[in-house]
Ligand binder design. Structure first.
Ligand SMILES: Cc1ncc(COP(=O)(O)O)c(C=O)c1O
Length: 429
């Protein structure tokens, strides 16, 4: 770590308080971005294999032009009439099945999940929520209770409304027909039904991205959704990470998983870094929410945000970036598979489109997680100018989730560097 970095870390601690997380043992001080590239303050260039927020590329010219033009014309809020939000909601909901035709725009995924939980209460008349035990859905007092990864504390006693089911894990505990997941879900529904809260909703990322993107067959959520609906609950799909064509095969991961959710939550990639999130639902659920909760969000749905979000959709659809993600993702899995043949430490390779990775193990028979080794690989790659991260219950899965313009040549650069790091790093015994 340079003395400049040390000074900046000290300044952050002084100005921002303790425990503010950074990526990497030697944090990167970024000053510029373009497409799939980032530059640090010394001029060093990094291949961004991780950031899903600049979905159509860092500083995408179409998005920056749309923001600039709208910011120079008008920016207000949704208490005035404006075409921008209406045009955007129409174009967004055109990408989803028909009952999903209404939306509320927010500034973050957390706010969107917060609304989704309250919509589920308004629609079902209950408050009991079920989530998986290894995920993250955001940071409000209510939504933080969904997260087992960033332990939220009891937060106003709101934890009483939440129950957790084991996240699917295709590598260690395969469950291809969701039978175990459904058995766990039924137990938690029964528990909630016996409580004063009742059962309101199951909330999941349909590609289980924070959980380590297990390799599940397409349509896996279908019997799960049937069970949720039979119990009078709603299915909330948090597509904050999995949506907007990321998986390559479908624009939304819920389509891949064979379900039409009652509520879809959006965020991160939606406006390429401009703060935009959304909750999409059917008119009946929206009406139930709008009549039971008065909701206004000062910045949510402002004309500049809508212009940015519209430009992202135009860029995605105009350049068919989903098909591009499928092509590059298939190639990436081949190259990762070749590394798995070469290195015993790679226990499992999985992914779809431009979300892929590898689970590192100390022993392929015991599947003992190589957590410290994975951490070392991530940090070694950072020094070779490759930015990625790790995740999953054991924090031993490389998480690669680059901006959508990421190319085959970029994939080659990533895998050549990963090969070199794996070759030089001894696996602990
Ligand atoms: C799946 C998922 N949902 C919601 C959120 C929260 O989004 P935000 O940070 O915009 O509030 C995150 C953030 O990491 C997320 O990964």
């Amino acid at each position: 770590m340079t003395t400049d970095t040390q000074a900046m870390m000290a300044r952050r601690a002084r100005l921002m308080g303790p425990n503010v997380s950074t990526f990497y043992e030697d944090p990167v001080h970024v000053v510029k971005g373009s497409g799939v590239w980032l530059w640090d303050d010394s001029g060093k260039m990094y291949l961004d294999c991780y950031n899903n927020v600049p979905h159509v590329g860092h500083c995408n010219p179409r998005v920056t032009a749309a923001i600039t033009a709208q910011a120079g014309t008008l920016n207000t809020h949704t208490r005035y009439l404006h075409d921008g939000i209406l045009d955007y909601i129409e174009r967004l909901t055109d990408t989803m099945p028909p009952p999903l035709s209404t939306a509320i725009l927010t500034c973050t995924g957390s706010e969107a999940n917060d609304i989704a939980l309250r919509m589920a209460e308004a629609r079902s008349g209950h408050r009991g929520i079920i989530a998986t035990d290894a995920t993250y859905h955001g940071n409000t007092a209510l939504v933080s209770q969904l997260s087992r990864s960033n332990v939220p504390g009891v937060g106003f006693g709101l934890d009483q409304y939440f129950r957790f089911v084991a996240a699917p894990d295709s590598y260690r505990t395969p469950d291809p027909d969701a039978a175990h997941f459904i058995a766990d879900l039924e137990a938690k529904i029964t528990e909630l039904e016996a409580s004063p809260h009742g059962f309101a909703a199951l909330v999941v990322c349909p590609y289980f991205l924070n959980e380590g993107f297990p390799d599940l067959p397409d349509g896996w959520l279908k019997p799960v959704a049937a069970r949720v609906h039979a119990a009078g609950g709603l299915l909330i799909c948090d597509e904050v990470q999995s949506g907007f064509g990321r998986t390559g095969t479908h624009f939304w991961a819920h389509e891949k998983m064979g379900v039409t959710p009652d509520i879809v939550v959006l965020g991160k990639p939606m406006a390429n870094g401009h703060p935009v999130g959304a909750v999409v639902t059917d008119p009946g659920t929206m009406a139930a929410f709008r009549t039971q909760f008065r909701y206004f969000n000062t910045f949510g749905g402002n004309p500049v945000s809508c212009a940015a979000a519209m430009a992202v959709l135009e860029e995605l659809q105009g350049n068919d970036l989903m098909a591009h993600a499928a092509r590059v993702g298939t190639y990436a899995l081949e190259r990762m598979g070749a590394l798995q043949d070469k290195y015993e430490v790679i226990g499992d390779v999985r992914g779809s489109g431009l979300v892929f990775g590898a689970e590192m193990v100390l022993d392929r028979d015991t599947k003992a997680p190589a957590t410290a080794f994975t951490d070392h690989v991530v940090n070694a790659l950072r020094h070779r100018g490759i930015l990625l991260s790790k995740l999953g219950r054991h924090k031993n899965t490389l998480k690669i989730r680059p901006p959508m313009p990421f190319s085959i040549a970029n994939a080659d650069q990533l895998f050549d560097a990963l090969d070199a790091v794996l070759a030089e790093t001894p696996v602990p015994t």
